[in-house]
Design a protein around this ligand. Structure first.
Ligand code: NDP
Length: 388
């Protein structure tokens, strides 16, 4: 395929798997962006010859610039978070794939949409923190947002029939349950970052792996689904599917249920987002029903995994409440990974943010989003030492 892609977050888990798809499909890379991992970005530049790269971290940006100095056909190097915005806006790519982690992805998402590019969106935090702004910008600019998250790609694939939207009754958003499915609060009290980073079915970046263990990831995905598919939060049911083979389902008014299945390999939804509306030969393995011994289902325990309940309450309230919950989660996960708070404290801090920001339900601007994010992070920093 001759599509030209700008890939933001190219050095991460989604970023590197996206490059597997780009390589297999012989697509062109117009731009690459990363934060700190200069060494990997330089290897990617050597292989994919982008015209432009953006590096958010100033020291890494200088390193990349020095390494490329004097090399023939070296890409232009843009620096800092502004550099990512500039790259997201630049002509030259058909599609911007945003695989940055966290709220840092919101600005590039808005920049890509405002410049009229098709957006393949892995960065769920863009929709969680600024869903109203993102969806309005996409409507105004008539930009297509193609979901990369496996569950949202599954729902999108189940909704391809053009009559489907008006008879959609509910979304069945599947969850693996993470490494601690079935565990009690008592059992979770002493789990470490190393325990939480061992996901049973998916191989992902660090932050989303912790979010999967706390079920915050499912809460973020619930909010993402509400924005992408325009259903009320109570029309999104979480279904635990521990084998991660059913990636999500939709139920129609006649109670027919349509599901999308496949091996748990992110290259499938990434490829679909990059080739839509076409389907092409896949680079991920096929699902082998001769070895698939069982498909089981369960219910998410929202009392033990309180992040999910807090995220649900946040999107029911709307406004900036999901932004606050997301900011608190990003700060709490960072503290957990540094060993400064326990696993259960992540849920306590996220719930606290949902309570403290419960009145922030009005309309908002981009700068309100970033102010709210900072305030939620400050709340976590001030409360976390009381929990330590
Ligand atoms: P990773 O942590 O593996 O990668 C994150 C990427 O973002 C890296 O390239 C990193 O650069 C870059 N980055 C981090 N901070 C900044 C910043 N401030 N400015 C610019 N770039 C930055 O994350 P994942 O790939 O796991 O996840 C990316 C997104 O995709 C998340 O929103 C996640 O929820 C979503 N997602 C991920 C899935 C997965 O399987 N991993 C599945 C579905 C959704 P560097 O490495 O140079 O520091």
């Amino acid at each position: 395929m001759t599509r030209s892609i700008t890939l933001l977050g190219s050095t991460g888990s989604i970023g590197t798997q996206s490059l597997d798809v780009i390589r297999a499909q012989n697509m062109q890379v117009f731009g690459l962006a990363a934060n700190r991992n200069a060494a990997l970005l330089l290897r990617q530049i050597a292989e994919f010859s982008p015209r432009v790269v953006a590096v958010a971290d100033p020291a890494a940006a200088c390193q990349v610039e020095q390494e490329l100095a004097g090399k023939p056909s070296a890409p232009c190097v843009l620096k800092g978070s502004e550099g990512l915005l500039e790259l997201a806006r630049m002509d030259g790519a058909d599609t911007v794939l945003n695989a940055v982690v966290g709220i840092a992805g919101l600005g590039p998402t808005l920049a890509a949409i405002e410049s009229g590019k098709t957006l393949a969106l892995a960065n769920k935090e863009s929709l969680v923190t600024g869903g109203e702004l993102v969806m309005k910008a996409a409507r105004d600019k008539k930009v297509k947002i193609l979901p990369v998250d496996s569950e949202h790609s599954a729902i999108f694939q189940c909704l391809q029939d053009q009559n489907s939207a008006k008879s959609l009754q509910k979304i069945l958003l599947t969850a693996s349950g993470g490494p601690f499915y079935g565990k009690t609060r008592q059992q979770l009290a002493g789990v470490t970052a190393a325990d939480a980073l061992r996901h049973p079915t998916w191989n992902m970046g660090g932050k989303i792996t912790i979010d999967s263990a706390t079920l915050m990831n499912k809460g973020l995905e619930l909010i993402e689904a509400v924005w992408l598919f325009g259903l009320a939060p109570d029309k999104v049911q979480i279904v635990v599917q521990p084998q991660s083979v059913i990636h999500s389902m939709v139920q129609y008014t006649d109670h027919s249920v349509i599901a999308q299945l496949g091996v748990p390999d992110m290259r499938i939804p990434i490829q679909y987002a990059l080739t839509w509306p076409e389907r092409v030969e896949g680079c991920a393995p096929e699902l082998d029903f001769t070895t698939l011994s069982q498909l089981t289902f369960g219910v998410a325990d929202e009392e033990t995994f309180e992040c999910l309940a807090a995220a649900r309450r946040a999107i029911e309230k709307g406004g900036l409440v999901p932004t606050a919950v997301n900011g608190a989660n990003e700060a709490a996960v960072a503290l957990f990974l540094q060993g400064k708070i326990g696993f259960l404290e992540i849920g306590r801090l996220v719930s606290l943010a949902e309570e403290r920001f419960a009145d922030a339900t009005g309309a908002y601007t981009v700068s309100d989003v970033f102010d709210c994010d900072k305030a939620a992070r400050r709340l976590v920093e001030s409360e976390a030492h009381l929990l330590a």
